[in-house]
Ligand binder design. Sequence first.
Ligand code: AMP
Length: 217
Amino acid sequence: MINLIFLGPPGVGKGTQAKMVSDRYSIPQISTGDMLRAAVKEGTDLGKEAKTYMDAGELVPDRIVIGLIAEKIESGDCVNGFILDGFPRTIAQAEELDRILNEKKIELTKVVSVSAPDEELIKRLSGRRTCSSCGEVFHLVFNPPTNDGKCDKCGGDLFQRDDDKEETIRERLRVYKEQTEPLINYYKSKGLLADIDGAQNIDAVFDNICSLIGPKG
Ligand code: AMP
C-alpha cells in the first residue's frame, strides 16, 4: 500500500502531479477541491455552502471536508492506497486524519511537500483554463489549447475558475501560509516529510517524486 499526502500552495502543480502518480502507481487521487467543485456543480446543499468560501479564496469549514474524506476512506476505494491532494489543509484536519487512519491501522508512506516562489504561482494560476466538460487543465502560456477556448481532448469550452482570478489567488496564498504551511513542521516532526522543488518543469518534478516513492510494486 502506498499512502501519500501532497502538500503545497495553490498553483504549484500538486493536482497535475497527483494525477500522474495516480496513473503510474494505480492508486486513486483524492482531491477535496475536485469533490467540492463536483458538489457545487450538482447544486447540493453541501455544494451551496462550500461555494461561498471557495469563491472568496477561503477554506471550506473542516467538518465538511473531513466528512468527505472519511466517507471516501470508508468506501473501500483506498484498499490499494491513496494520494490525498489538497487535504489536509489545517492542523485540525491533519489530527482528524491521524485519528481515522489509526483506527483503520493505515500508515502514511510519505508527505510530499511541493514548493515554488509566489510570483511563479501567480503566473501559473492566472493563466490556467479548465474544460467545463471533462476537467482537463490547460495554460494560456505553458500548455495552450490548439483551438482558442476549446478543449483538445473533448472540444468542450474552457473557462477560468472563479478562484483563479488574481485577487482571489492572493487571498488563497495568504490563507495557505497562515493555515496550511504549519503542516510542513507537523509532518516533518513525524519524519514523513519529503521536499520537492515545484519550480522545475512537470517531468522533472514527476521524476523527483517517483524516485522518492520507488519502483512500481
Ligand atoms: P483546490 O482545488 O485544492 O485548490 O481547492 C479549491 C478550493 O476548495 C480551496 O480554495 C478551498 O476553498 C476548498 N478546499 C479544497 N480542499 C480543502 C480542504 N482540505 N479544506 C478546506 N477547504 C478546501
